[in-house]
Design a protein around this ligand. Structure first.
Ligand code: URA
Length: 243
């Protein structure tokens, strides 16, 4: 879509910088630069497509919809109202949260790794929908050594309480004495922990390193330290099979 002739106050509002009134005030007070120049007229029109602007020295780019990858640390809850920990939303800049970026599914408070966010409802649905089956790759550190029998059970399917049918891992690989990598294509509550428990072991630590073809470990994403985030570009979305 092309967004020509859009007032600067409307552009800022659409990107999560506050109400129209707040955006107008920031512009009038000289906090906003476009093309390196301060713009004090909130009604000045720009072509929003591809527009970059600065607010208080912070460079932003206009995006009709936003797609983000976060390296989630442990002890953060995937909730706007966390009960006992901090919220993953504290790790994103306010404008992204204000414009409505939501996590795509959830990771447990103690799970680390790749967590996606967007304000595109279709994207969230496509990636988290049970029907579409975007794969998720996890590495679990277990309490007991991983043996061949546990791998066999994970691959053949384990029966979980409250599930009508056994759940199978698409792949399950022992990569250390107490380390297993598995790929699943479902997004049920505590899925990996429950699968490993049903196979007779216990997860001590869980890390998600990939969603679909988007991995934190093969160079498909910029390197993200724990707590860091980056924008996802069309090439990243393509690795998720989106659109
Ligand atoms: N499976 C789990 O058990 N926990 C997660 O956070 C993700 C998948």
């Amino acid at each position: 879509m092309v967004f020509k002739n859009v007032q600067l106050d409307r552009i800022l509002q659409s990107q999560g910088f506050g109400t129209r009134k707040e955006c107008r005030k920031a512009i009038r007070e000289g906090e906003v630069k476009v093309g390196g120049e301060i713009v004090r007229d909130p009604f000045l029109e720009f072509d929003a497509t591809g527009l970059t602007f600065e607010i208080n020295e912070w460079e932003w780019e206009y995006a009709e919809q936003v797609y983000i990858a976060l390296h989630k640390p442990a002890n953060y809850e995937c909730s706007h109202k966390p009960k006992h920990n901090k919220s993953v939303y504290n790790l994103l800049p306010d404008p992204l949260v204000i414009r409505g970026a939501q996590s795509v599914g959830r990771l447990d408070v103690d799970t680390t790794g790749l967590l996606l966010f967007s304000d595109d409802g279709q994207f969230i649905h496509a990636i988290s929908s049970a029907k579409r089956q975007v794969t998720k790759s996890y590495r679990a550190t277990t309490n007991l050594p991983i043996d061949d029998e546990q791998i066999r059970q994970l691959l053949e399917g384990v029966q979980l309480v409250d599930e009508p049918e056994p759940v199978q891992a698409l792949t399950a690989k022992r990569v250390g004495e107490k380390l297993v990598e598995l790929v699943v294509d479902q997004g049920k509550y505590h899925l990996v922990k429950r699968m490993i428990a049903a196979a007779g072991n216990h997860v001590d630590q869980l890390h998600r390193f990939a969603v679909g073809g988007l991995s934190m470990e093969d160079g498909s994403l910029p390197e993200l330290d724990s707590g860091d985030w980056c924008y996802l570009r069309p090439k990243h979305l393509a690795l998720l099979g989106y659109p």
